[in-house]
Write a protein that binds this ligand. Structure first.
Ligand code: SF4
Length: 218
C-alpha cells in the first residue's frame, strides 16, 4: 500500500489471485500502464513462436487509439491482430483500426434486447449491428455466447438467431456459465451453478440444425 493505494509489483507477484478474492469489488491490482514500445518489447522475443496477438479486457475497445498504434507495429512484423470484444463499440466507426485488425471475437450474450439489458445493463443494438457488419466485411473471426443455467428459452433464442445470421463456417463458441469470479450481484441474478451438459448439447443441436459447422463447446 502506498498512501492508501495498492501498488502491484510484477517482479514479486506469484499469480495466486488472493488480491482479487479479498477485494470486495473482485478487482485486480495487476495492472500497469504501458505504451506501444513497452508492449512490443515484451512481444518481440515471442515472435518466432506465435501467429499473432489477441487483445482483450475488460473491453479493449476503450483504448482504440492505442490498439491502432499497437496493431500497426505488430503488422510490420507480419503477425495477425485480433480483438476480443463485448461488441459495445460500433466497429464501423473505426475504419483505420479495422484495416490493421484481422478479425474480432465477438460476444453475443443475448439476442433478445430486454434479456440482454437485464443480463448486462446495456442494449444489444450495437452488438447485433457489429455481428452483421463485421461478417459483411470479413472481419468476424468468432462469435461467443455464454449460456446461462435455467434460461433455456433465452439461450435457445440467442443460439437460433445467431446461427441463422452467421456464415456456417465462422466459429461459434457456446460457453457454459461458470459462477467463478462472478460478482455477488451477478451470482444473485444468474445463479451459482454451472450450465449443465444437457442444456449445452441441446443448444449445440440447435446451432447444427441452423447450419453451423464450426461449433466449439467451452
Ligand atoms: S495477492 Fe495478487 S499481487 Fe499478491 S502475489 Fe497474489 S496475485 Fe500477485
Amino acid at each position: 500500500m502506498n498512501r492508501g493505494k495498492v501498488i502491484w509489483d510484477p517482479d514479486k507477484c506469484v499469480s495466486c489471485d488472493t488480491c482479487i478474492h479479498v477485494c470486495r469489488h473482485l478487482a485486480s491490482p495487476k495492472i500497469r500502464w504501458m505504451d506501444t514500445k513497452a508492449v512490443m518489447k515484451e512481444i518481440e522475443p515471442l515472435l518466432p513462436y506465435i501467429e499473432g496477438i489477441t487483445v482483450s479486457g475488460g473491453e479493449c475497445m476503450e483504448y482504440a487509439d492505442f490498439l491502432l498504434e499497437l496493431f500497426t507495429e505488430v503488422k510490420k512484423k507480419n503477425k495477425t491482430c485480433l480483438i476480443d470484444s463485448n461488441g459495445a463499440f460500433d466497429f464501423d466507426l473505426y475504419p483505420e483500426l479495422m484495416k490493421v485488425c484481422d478479425g474480432v471475437m465477438l460476444d453475443v450474450k443475448a439476442y433478445d434486447s430486454k434479456y440482454h439489458q437485464w443480463l448486462t445493463g446495456m442494449d444489444n443494438n450495437i452488438v447485433l449491428h457489429n455481428l452483421s457488419s463485421l461478417q459483411k466485411h470479413g472481419k468476424l473471426y468468432e462469435v461467443r455466447t455464454v449460456c446461462c443455467p435455467g434460461r433455456h428459452k433465452e439461450n435457445e433464442e440467442t443460439v437460433r438467431e445467431v446461427s441463422k445470421h452467421l456464415d456456417p463456417n465462422i466459429r461459434y463458441k457456446l460457453i457454459k456459465y461458470r459462477p467463478f469470479g462472478v460478482r455477488e450481484e451477478g451470482l444473485e441474478k444468474i445463479g451459482r451453478t454451472i450450465t449443465d451438459d444437457k442444456e449445452i448439447s441441446a443448444l449445440q443441436k440447435t446451432a447444427k440444425r441452423y447450419g453451423m459447422k464450426n461449433i466449439v463447446i467451452v
